[in-house]
Design a protein around this ligand. Sequence first.
Ligand code: GRF
Length: 197
Amino acid sequence: MSKVRLGVLISGRGSNMKAIVEACKNKSIPAEVKIVISNKKNALGLELAESYGIETKYINSKDYPSKEAYEAAITSVLDVHNVELTCLAGYMKVLGPKFIQKHQGKLINIHPSLLPAFKGLDAQKQAFEYGVKIAGCSVHFVDETVDGGTIIMQDIVHVTDTDTLDSMTNNILKKEHILYPKAINWVIENHIKRGTK
Ligand code: GRF
């Protein structure tokens, strides 16, 4: 099977993007990251992607007259690269219905909580302050509800009495880096697998 073409959308440091790129490179997933798109010019993840020789694109929403036009520009870039699966990895903007409908089933996200608990921003802080003893992360299909699409995979971390918000967040992040490639594999296997090319 030829490699599945991935696009990754980021807004920040890109550690999940890196985990995906590394998993592609060491062949734990039969895929290749073709394009990394950021809505933030100075996202560290852009430099990181470039250091791997991956094409990157900064798309500024302010350059477009509407959210729909901005997201159409993202779709165009994904299309130019024939992206088959788009992975949100710390992409901090809520996507509009048109974009989501167009990419439905081929658009996934990672969220640092055990969904459906603690949706939205600062999920780790929400969980920590709630006092959970088991935290975790989820990879899910993106639908029109924020962090609400069908869950693909989850993993847990135990929160002990000595944990701080930082240590718990780090423990979750380590799990994210393992979970995201695994979940991508599952999606490729179950939704995208094609004949030998
Ligand atoms: C991760 O915690 C991810 O779950 C959330 O945003 C963070 C992105 O981190 N959606 P990074 O940019 O992948 O390092």
